[in-house]
Design a protein around this ligand. Sequence first.
Ligand SMILES: O=C[C@H](O)COP(=O)(O)O
Length: 259
Amino acid sequence: MSNRLPLIAGNWKMNNNHLEAIALVQKLAFALDDKDYDNAEVVVLPPFTDLRSVQTLVDGDKLRIGYGAQDVSAHEKGAYTGEVSGSMLAKLDCSYVLVGHSERRELHAEDDSVVNTKAKAAFANGVVPIVCVGEGLDVRKAGNQVEHVIAQIDGSLKDITAEQAEKLVIAYEPVWAIGTGEVATPEDAQEVCSAIRTRLAELYSPEVAGAVRLLYGGSVKGDNAGSIMGKDDVDGALVGGASLKADDFVKIIRFGDSK
Ligand SMILES: O=C[C@H](O)COP(=O)(O)O
């Protein structure tokens, strides 16, 4: 039993305009009670255009729901059309930002070095990065998932200090399980999360490794969340599709109880 508070983060991806975002956060807040928030930290990660509306709602109604963004620029300001900086996210009181989601790695050719720069940009602005790692099907079939993920960890965390690292969140998302309905077994999730924690202890210290929350992501639903989050080194979930309906997301949040 660890003292890490489970984190359940909903990555909405490119879904929900700002009006739909308000409706979904309101439904979520209506369904959750203090016991839920005591058992798990609840976070939503809407598109950039929704963040101001979510901030206003969370502040105005004093909701215990956290929020953050799905990406951050590696740059602080300047001629980077379409990008959003860490300081802009900080100004909206974002607590978290995803970096290195597999869809960014695949569709926008982000490698570990870009992910590393983005993680540093987040920390520089007081926003906690949720660093995503995970192997594709070919790597999994070859049985090289642990080596692959540890190499991603080493590259993505280069020169991140111990003080920063202890605040980190890392999401292990096997790419073959994202949006496919294919779920890694709880043992698969534990194998890789345990290897990540061991590596963090080597890179930093056992104390830092013990503080970092490791999430599993990939087709998490109400009926599989409990068994995956029940594993010792899995401290929560990064949820895609099932975070778009309040009822489904609440079911997953309630499995925070199992920790
Ligand atoms: O960020 C979330 C993950 O990509 C998982 O998405 P999913 O739950 O729809 O499989």
